[in-house]
Design a protein. Structure first.
Lengths: 221, 120, 554
């Protein structure tokens, strides 16, 4: 191994860290590490889904009525936006892997735009809710039509906690993707070194996964 | 199996699982994307209908299907080795355990231990 | 003369006058900056050593505060509010600053790559990040202490934690952030163990400390996010009043307990599994015998990790939880005892007919076995709901978990510290003082907590500022035990710090132990091994006189 390091390493081995035996092991390790990290994110959101389950069971009428106060069309649009961004980021990874760098860059940019779109729509929803008093806990002050029976503040506590934490992850995911984009622009990611793109994409897919469950639970049922 | 062969098998499976995905073109991504959109439409339409308790079950079934497709194909678990799959499955398992364990408590609790205003 | 290229044997008497290697990981690069931005897992381990011991010191001082207060039934040195803060912060400091990070952070970091013949852990930069995340979280926790402290008990139960005037927010955020450090460490270890084993080291040829670290890391990954979320939500509650756990707003305080204990029960296995791994290593080394039932001990680590996740409801027996759940949790909680018993019997089987070497680490092994058996058995009886109804929130609980946590885990820590001290620093400590301190600590801990078993059984509640006058003699005995224990710790600190610079040079393998870490110099060079080892033998290679070494063909 040290003899190949004596010449300038080319191809995938240029990116080999000194403590790994070979690039295959390094990529395997890095992917495993990312999946472990995703496991922690799954467990993090699990707690919030637990909260949803518990309070939905306790206050089914409240939850059903409160869900109608959410904007279903905006929620569906957000779902489509995220699914599309998942598709484009997966495509971007593939493009970079086969060295179609320009296409990859374009797709990454599109994904990031989708992320902005999601946040923009969310911002619109949030401001509307602030405006009419559909807020959690002690701030709940809604008096309009369709006011839910029972402690609607609990529904909105769940709503803001889950979508808030999710939005935070969208922002983080966006930052990660920008980071990947910059590295691709600088020529660091290409057919010999693309695992970093995959890791960024994996995080983004997780963001999409959480929303796939949040959307029906909050908006639809 | 001798230690030699065992060891080669270990190394081999680990390298196969290093996940250097074969290049399979983007058709599968396109197909999955369209299926996801279709399911989203389905869940939108059925969500508006009133099916009683079945609403939740159907919505969760559709969501789980969508999630499985994203995990398997967009996140490449379909191609990858067993350890990443195990990690993901275990995380989902323990997430479900958390919910089931607490829910099991909830449904058998005495009413006096529940918050006031409970609607059940 | 390159020490690590000398022919290795497991016979300690062969080494003539050992030499300290001129260059090792300690002095390869110099200056504060080279330590602060190091990527070397061994230096990171030493950083954890210093940091966690500071946490231990804080927790210990607070413990002495509690014990001194309890010398008299009424006020002794502090008022009731201060007392609440003292015992809360004692627990928070001990658990989050020491018990959870110490053995993995110090010995896991130092030893895993060495035991695996690797150059470093899988993600050295994440390793360094975990140290700084720990520092950030610890700083927040210390800040919360400085700004008046937390008085809810380390369990932060709602609804009191939502309304208490104490400054909870820094403590909650500190817990949340330190959780990340734990996750990063666990992540690193799992990937290291999966991908960096040397040629020839199959899973069933890994040292048992590695198995213990693996099981611990699985728990760290799966459980820690839930406490992070719980602390986060509680913090949001306090600031924004969301009503998530507040019954006045429709929330459910029992939900808090479920979420809290879903992490905190597996967390106790994060604390004990690494210690058990240490015991496996030391019990073999000091009885000069291979670990009896290696595969069962290995699998039981995974067993404890797995079953530990199903047991959290046993903390909620008296909270209003349904009796259905209580019964289910009770049965599952007992299963953990099966796996622990498997380990204990296998360790005893290792000792049996071994060639016992009565050194300080071995005293801690004996202490561990004593504390884990009694602490563990009292744990089993707790899982019986009808008994817990009486003992819940009494000093019996306190005695039980201190026996396990302080008794067993701390014994494991001290055994590790003494066993691997020569590897870390290249020098030996003074055996005589080591034995004396071990005796002080084991006797001291017993004297502290046995009275609490009696007091608790008589109904004395925990976390109470005052107690009934007829409990005073037992309380005084407990405080005396605490003083003995403290004396033991102070002595250890003195002779170990002294030994770092002035101890006798240890040589590569002063104990004559087996394991890859002993096949390199003490202290090791930065790159751990001069040539990557190939493993062609079982993890424990102690053999009787005349027996041939078994080598497996690769």
């Amino acid at each position: 191994m040290s003899s190949s390091e004596a010449h300038a390493a080319t191809g995938p081995n240029a990116y080999l860290a000194h403590h790994f035996e070979d690039i295959g092991t390094q990529n395997y390790a890095v992917r495993l590490g990312m999946w472990l990290f995703l496991a922690t994110e799954v467990l993090l959101f699990a707690g919030l889904f637990l909260g949803y389950t518990v309070y939905r069971w306790m206050y089914p009428d409240t939850f059903q009525a409160a869900a109608k106060l959410l904007d279903l069309n905006m929620g569906t649009l957000n779902t489509v936006v995220l699914i599309t961004s998942s598709f484009t980021v997966a495509w971007a990874y593939h493009a970079i892997k086969v060295n179609e760098i320009k296409k990859g860059i374009g797709l990454l940019v599109f994904t990031i735009i989708c992320a902005f779109g999601f946040l923009f729509i969310k911002y619109g929803e949030y401001t509307h809710k602030f405006h009419v008093g559909l807020l959690p806990g002690k701030w709940y002050a809604f008096t309009g039509d369709g006011a839910p029976p029972g402690p609607a503040n609990i529904f909105f506590a769940i709503y803001f906690l889950t979508t808030g934490l999710h939005a935070l992850h969208v922002i983080i995911g966006m930052t990660v993707l920008v980071f990947v984009l910059v590295r691709t622009l600088k020529g660091r990611y290409h057919k010999d070194n693309y695992v970093g793109v995959e890791l960024g994409a994996l995080y983004w897919h997780l963001v999409d996964l959480v929303w796939i469950f949040l959307f029906p639970l909050l908006y639809l049922i | 199996m001798t230690a030699v062969a065992q060891d080669h098998a270990n190394n081999h499976s680990e390298h196969a699982a290093s996940g250097e995905h074969e290049n399979h073109g983007i058709q599968r991504y396109v197909v999955i994307y369209l299926i996801l959109l279709a399911f989203t439409g389905l869940t939108y339409v059925t969500g508006k209908m009133d099916l009683g308790d079945f609403n939740i079950i159907l919505a969760m079934a559709i969501a789980s299907t969508k999630a499985t497709l994203v995990v398997m194909f967009f996140m490449h678990l379909w191609d990858e080795g067993s350890i990443n799959r195990l990690v993901f499955v275990l995380s989902v398992f323990f997430a479900i355990l958390l919910i089931v364990g607490v829910f099991g408590d909830l449904i058998f609790r005495l009413p006096v231990t529940m918050p006031p205003g409970m609607q059940h | 003369m390159d020490p690590s290229s000398r022919p290795q044997s497991t016979d300690a008497s062969e080494a003539a006058e050992p030499q300290l290697p001129a260059i090792s990981y300690l002095n390869q690069t110099r200056g504060l900056k080279s330590w602060l931005i190091t990527l070397d897992h061994k230096r990171i381990a030493l950083m954890y050593l210093v940091l966690t011991l500071v946490g231990f010191l804080i927790g210990g001082i607070l413990a002495m505060g509690v014990r001194i207060e309890h010398l008299t039934p009424d006020e002794t040195i502090m008022g009731a509010n201060t007392y609440n803060r003292t015992f809360t912060l004692h627990a928070v400091a001990m658990i989050f600053l020491f018990m959870i990070p110490a053995i993995p952070g110090i010995f896991g970091n130092f030893l895993l790559p060495l035991m695996l013949g690797a150059k470093d852990v899988a993600f050295p930069r994440l390793n360094l990040l975990s140290v700084y995340v720990y520092v950030a979280g610890a700083a927040l926790l210390v800040t919360s202490m400085a700004t008046g402290g937390v008085d809810t008990g380390w369990t932060f139960y709602a609804p009191y934690s939502l309304s208490t005037p104490a400054e909870l927010f820094p403590a909650l955020m500190g817990v949340f952030i330190i959780g990340f450090s734990s996750i990063l460490t666990g992540l690193n270890f799992i990937v290291t163990i999966h991908t960096m084993r040397p040629r020839g080291m199959t899973w069933m040829r890994m040292p048992l400390f590695v198995w213990g670290s693996y099981a611990t890391s699985v728990i760290q990954i799966l459980a820690t996010p839930v406490i992070g979320l719980t602390a986060f939500i509680t913090g949001i509650e306090r600031v924004f009043g969301f009503g998530f756990f507040d019954p006045a707003k429709g929330g459910d305080p029992i939900l808090f307990q479920h979420m809290f204990w879903f992490y905190s029960h597996p967390a106790v296995y994060i604390m004990i599994l690494p210690a058990m791994g240490v015991i496996s290593e030391t019990v073999a080394a000091f009885s000069r015998k291979n670990v009896f039932g290696y595969s069962m001990v290995a699998y039981s680590s995974l067993g404890i990790a797995f079953v530990g996740f199903f047991a959290w409801g046993h903390h909620l027996y008296l909270s209003g939880q349904s009796s259905m759940d209580a019964g289910a949790f009770g049965i599952v909680s007992m299963l953990v005892g099966v796996f622990t018993a498997i380990k204990v019997f296998n360790w005893i089987g290792t000792l049996y007919r071994g060639s016992i070497s009565l050194k300080t680490p071995f005293l801690y092994v004996c202490g561990f076995l004593y504390f884990v058996v009694f602490g563990g058995m009292t744990g089993i009886v707790f899982s019986t709901v009808s008994l817990d109804v009486f003992w819940h929130d009494t000093l019996f609980v306190v005695a039980h978990f201190h026996y396990i946590m302080v008794g067993a885990t701390l014994m494991g820590f001290l055994a590790a510290l003494h066993y691997w001290f020569p590897k870390l620093f290249g020098r030996m400590y003074h055996e005589g003082w080591g034995m004396v301190s071990a005796a002080f600590i084991i006797v001291g801990l017993s004297t502290t907590f046995i009275p609490m078993f009696f007091l608790g059984n008589m109904g004395a509640p925990r976390r109470y500022y005052m107690y009934a006058a007829d409990g005073q003699s037992l309380n005084v005995a407990a405080t005396a035990g605490a003083v003995l224990t403290a004396m033991g710790f102070v002595t250890i600190a003195i002779y170990l710090i002294y030994a770092i610079k002035n101890g006798k040079v240890a040589g590569d393998n002063p104990w004559g132990a087996s394991g890859l870490e002993w096949k390199t110099s003490s202290p090791p060079p930065t790159e751990n091994f001069h040539t990557t080892p190939i493993v062609d033998e079982d993890p424990y290679t102690y053999r009787k006189k005349g027996e041939e070494a078994e080598h497996v063909v690769i």
